[in-house]
Design a protein around this ligand. Structure first.
Ligand SMILES: Cc1ncc(C[n+]2csc(CCOP(=O)(O)OP(=O)(O)O)c2C)c(N)n1
Ligand SMILES: [Mg+2]
Length: 597
């Protein structure tokens, strides 16, 4: 069997008959596209590493530049989830990672495949989600020559990825991939890209010649405790505080520390505010849970804050007043030292794994008596009062708009959250609905809510829902999306249907990108409208793909439609014609960050 010169096979003709048919296996495979019998190609090495690391799904859109990888997946029990757009491959990998706490893996072809994936990869990176992307690439011998699908993904992704690597030699394929897993899964978790040029991927060699090193440890295997002295100082501060607060972030999710968090909070009686993947780390049903929509009386007035695995990003106003109390004493614990003191001037920094640090804190706390202080009791009572007031107020809004026609988002958010299983995963895409659902949805465990994170794209929803549903077979996965978002990524409903994933999508159809253009004082009359065509029957469009469709125009139709969709057991879309005048309940200009308009 003659060996292929991979650079020739994949130079400009990769999807044509010359190389493509042979590589695709269309008819008898031509000799020469596979390595000699005693040799292993790069694709086998990649698939072998994925298999050895327990990867179950590869989210991908194929291209000749990555076929050797795809061709070896089955040997390792890895299922190919072939999707409709590379952004959704990255979103699905992210959804998997943020649901399971284990890395999600996607693969895209050279050039256009990689550039299409970028928004999804950047979303995962900014959310600190463990995602590995394996991209094909043109041969190294054709750099700058106008090679077919020539692009430099490492350069494209460098600004947000934790690690980027262009494989430069066949002997480092395995080690480069293992290094990517190490980078993505070590705190703070993030994105790692490996690009494999075709002349290396298609090359045959002897597996024993692979470079050694870069052992990959499973999540949680490399934990370390915090400095015992810092633990004691933290307990001193929390003990002497009148209004202490724990802020639990994504680090609690990745460390799988929910049980330890609950034990520490209950032992000390300190309220807990959870954010990002940390939302629900203490069930939001719990009397000590402070929820995002009404956190400010607590974050803004706490006199001591234990921030654990928590990022003070722009959604937290960078830890600044009035959202956070500038006078508070801050204790910051994180497995990643670079987060400590970055936004708030932490007086005590504890570098360590959230689960172990919380155990240490509980151990140290046990030596003291945490009950009986009047100020502390008042503080916890306030949690109950603010919760009651918030729930009354949001209930009144929902009640006032119950019968609104067109439908008001409050009715949908409320009935959705009251109807779905308490352990359903919820993926939040629609901008408008995100705020209303945030008011009503109480997370019971970390990783239950999948959001767009700091990059805040629309269109991430269906991809993330696919990853989440594969991660949680038999559990409800509910997606709330907008008509803008569905235009960006909607064809991946076909992927969900093809893989028999019973995702339930609630589409807020306001024929508008966000609240109606007519409501936007800043733009109205100054530019052309960005409304969309009204009366689009997205339910019918996706019914044509075999999904279950529901159409809801009147408020009382929603709950029965949702109940039917939840029972049907296949991908479903509920097209809810909503009031285009109503926007997000709390966000507006502040999405522009520090920019003042
Ligand atoms: C990829 C991307 N492009 C643009 C934006 C800016 N943006 C924020 S919200 C929004 C409107 C989204 O419309 P839709 O998905 O229909 O949500 P809804 O109307 O339900 O708020 C836009 C364009 C964004 N967040 N993401
Ligand atoms: Mg819309």
């Amino acid at each position: 069997m003659a060996e292929l010169n991979p650079a020739d096979a994949l130079s400009g003709v990769v999807m044509g008959r010359a190389a493509g048919t042979a590589i695709a296996g269309d008819g008898a495979p031509r000799d020469g596209v596979r390595p000699a019998a005693d040799k292993t190609d790069g694709g086998a090495l990649v698939a072998g590493v994925l298999g050895s690391l327990g990867v179950k799904y590869l989210f991908a859109v194929n291209g000749g530049h990555t076929w050797p990888i795809l061709a070896h997946l089955r040997e390792h029990g890895i299922k190919l989830v072939h999707m409709r757009h590379e952004q959704s491959c990255a979103y699905a990998a992210d959804g998997w990672a943020r649901t399971t706490g284990t890395p999600g893996v996607c693969s895209v072809t050279a050039g256009c495949g990689l550039t299409n994936a970028v928004t999804g990869l950047c979303t995962a990176a900014l959310a600190g989600s463990a995602v590995i992307c394996i991209a094909g690439q043109h041969p190294t011998t054709e750099d700058t020559l106008g090679s077919f699908q020539e692009a430099y993904g490492s350069e494209v992704c460098r600004s947000f990825a934790k690690s980027v690597k262009r494989v430069l030699d066949w002997s480092t394929i395995e080690v480069d991939l293992r290094r990517a897993f190490r980078a993505a899964t070590s705190p703070p978790e993030g994105v790692a890209l490996v690009e494999v040029p075709t002349n290396i991927l298609y090359q045959g060699g002897t597996a024993a010649d692979q470079r050694r090193g870069a052992k990959v440890y499973s999540p949680g295997e490399l934990r370390s405790e915090g400095d015992p002295q810092a633990i004691e100082r933290a307990i001193d501060i929390l003990y002497s505080a009148d209004r202490p607060l724990i802020a639990a972030g994504d680090g609690v999710f990745w460390s799988n520390a929910a049980a330890e968090l609950k034990a520490f909070a209950e032992l000390t009686g300190i309220p807990v505010y959870g954010r990002r993947s940390g939302q629900g780390a203490l069930s939001e049903d719990h009397p000590l849970a402070v929820r995002g929509p009404w956190k400010k009386p607590f974050t803004g007035r706490a006199d001591a804050v234990l921030a654990i695995g928590f990022r003070f990003w722009s959604g937290e106003r960078f830890g600044e007043a009035p959202t956070w109390n500038a006078e508070a004493r801050y204790i910051q614990s994180d497995a990643a030292p670079e987060r400590i003191g970055l936004h708030v001037p932490a007086e005590v920094g504890i570098v360590g794994d959230a689960r172990l640090v919380l155990r240490q804190l509980a151990e140290a706390a046990r030596e003291r008596n945490w009950s009986g202080r009047a100020a502390r009791k008042r503080w916890v009572d306030e949690v109950a009062t603010v919760r009651t007031n918030f729930e009354r107020a949001s209930g009144e809004v929902a009640e006032a708009h119950r019968a609104d026609l067109p439908i008001h988002p409050a009715r949908i958010a409320r009935e959705l959250c009251e109807t779905i299983d308490p352990d359903a995963t919820i993926v939040i895409d629609s901008f408008t609905m995100s705020g209303w659902v945030a008011q009503w949805f109480k997370a019971r465990f970390p990783g239950q809510v999948l959001d767009a994170g700091p990059l805040a794209p629309v269109g991430h929803g269906i991809g993330m829902a696919i990853g989440a549903q594969l991660a949680r077979p038999g559990k409800q996965v509910v997606l709330v999306t907008g008509d803008g978002g569905i235009g960006i990524s909607g064809f991946d409903f076909e992927t969900a249907r093809r893989h028999d994933l019973p995702i339930i999508a609630v589409l807020w159809n306001n024929s508008s990108w966000g609240p109606s253009f007519e409501e936007m004082d800043y733009l109205r009359g100054r530019t052309d409208s960005f409304n969309m065509l009204p009366d689009q029957r997205y339910d019918r469009m996706f019914e044509l793909m075999g999904c279950h469709g529901e159409h809801v125009e009147r408020p009382e139709e929603f709950r029965p439609a949702l109940e039917r969709a939840l029972k049907v057991g296949k991908t479903a879309l509920i097209n809810v014609v909503g009031d285009r005048r109503v926007g997000h309940p709390s966000l507006g200009g502040n999405l522009l960050g520090s920019t003042k308009v």
